[in-house]
Design a protein around this ligand. Structure first.
Ligand SMILES: [Zn+2]
Length: 347
């Protein structure tokens, strides 16, 4: 994954556990989703302006819809480097090592059929029907089933099929054989990785992203973070909550947070280490104080921001999980699907 995920900014290389902190989603509640929640095209703007990078969003993997077919990569001007011989040699050695490491990394993150699509049992994509060999490298994901058959997918197609089901119904679409928990985890980890690097996880037929699609990506980011902490929920479960349930969701979190028996001060500080110095304190007002807000979208935003604060403020995964438990507990009160999956959390 290294080459295509980090074409320009090598400093983006970070251990997987650290990516959660890598992209700073602002806590501000603006009316539009974060402008930088998806990547920008890596092409040059045009043949006339080869020294300017294309300002469009990357809707087709690394490129925008215009530059996807005949890409010319933008290379930022760097001061000329006059390497001495030994440096040149060691640079070559490093490059060579990377070339060897990339297929291995890809194998580890994206499964056994990624480097060689001919190993795959299926040869076209389940959603687009495109030949599987045409799926961009970064979107390939594969696994070997219990009979050692290799299946290669466009991860976006699988995502679209499975974001709506709970873990027990995660089946191979061709054989209907259940996909093991470990394989599901590898799938979700890869989805989270792609999102952390701002790749879009939905198939994008149009060439531009609609505000709705950007909004979807925002919800998706929170769902993937919860997934990553071990709590699988679906985008649709959240989207289908009516406004009253959204207000209740917030209200119950507010109550759990402000009941010392349920959330003692030391636990609060564990979940949000900078609790006292927070710029915008969490749970400033009760749900009833927000009753002037009658827009469903406002409540959804408010909830996503609150949940984000609870599960990302601490750098420690254990503390993030404590935040996630609080979220899921309240969520279970308002969502039948969550209650079904996590009944043990509310008993
Ligand atoms: Zn472009």
């Amino acid at each position: 994954m290294i080459d295509e995920l980090h074409p320009i900014k090598l400093h983006n290389l970070a251990p997987i556990g650290a990516f959660i902190n890598m992209y700073s989603l602002s806590k501000a509640m603006s009316n539009s989703p974060k402008p930088d929640s998806v990547r920008y095209c890596v092409n040059i703007k045009s043949k006339k302006h080869p020294d300017v990078r294309c300002p469009n969003r990357a809707t087709q993997g690394e490129y925008c819809g215009f530059h996807n077919k005949n890409p010319t990569r933008f290379i930022p001007k760097t001061p000329p480097l006059i390497p001495q011989k030994p440096i040149q040699q060691s640079a070559k050695r490093i490059q060579k090592a990377w070339r060897r490491a990339i297929p291995l990394l890809r194998f580890r993150h994206q499964g056994p059929g990624t480097n060689d699509p001919t190993l795959s049992t299926c040869d076209s994509d389940i959603y687009t029907f495109d030949p599987i060999i045409k799926v961009p490298m970064m979107y390939r994901w594969s696994y070997a089933d219990s009979k050692k058959n290799i299946w290669l997918f466009d991860i976006r197609s699988l995502w679209m099929m499975y974001e709506t089901v709970d873990t027990n119904e995660f089946l191979n679409p061709y054989t209907r054989e259940p996909i093991s928990k470990e394989t599901q985890e590898s799938f979700r980890r890869r989805c989270a990785q792609l999102r952390a690097h701002k790749y879009i996880l939905a198939h994008n037929e149009g060439h531009t992203l609609t505000p709705d699609q950007l909004w979807q990506q925002r919800i998706l980011d929170i769902i993937l973070r919860l997934d990553n902490l071990g709590y699988h929920t679906c985008v649709s479960w959240f989207e289908n909550l009516p406004i009253q349930k959204l207000a209740d969701f917030y209200g119950i979190m507010y109550q759990i947070w402000n009941t010392p028996r349920l959330t003692p001060t030391n636990l609060k500080k564990e979940i949000i280490p900078n609790l006292e110095t927070q710029e915008k304190p969490i749970f400033q007002k009760s749900a009833s104080a927000y009753r002037t807000h009658t827009e469903k979208r406002w409540w959804q935003k408010h909830l996503l921001d609150t949940i984000e604060t609870l599960i990302t403020s601490s750098p420690n995964k254990g503390s993030q999980t404590q935040g996630a438990i609080l979220v899921i507990r309240a969520y279970a009160f308002v969502s039948l699907e969550v209650r079904r999956s996590y009944h043990w959390l509310i008993s």
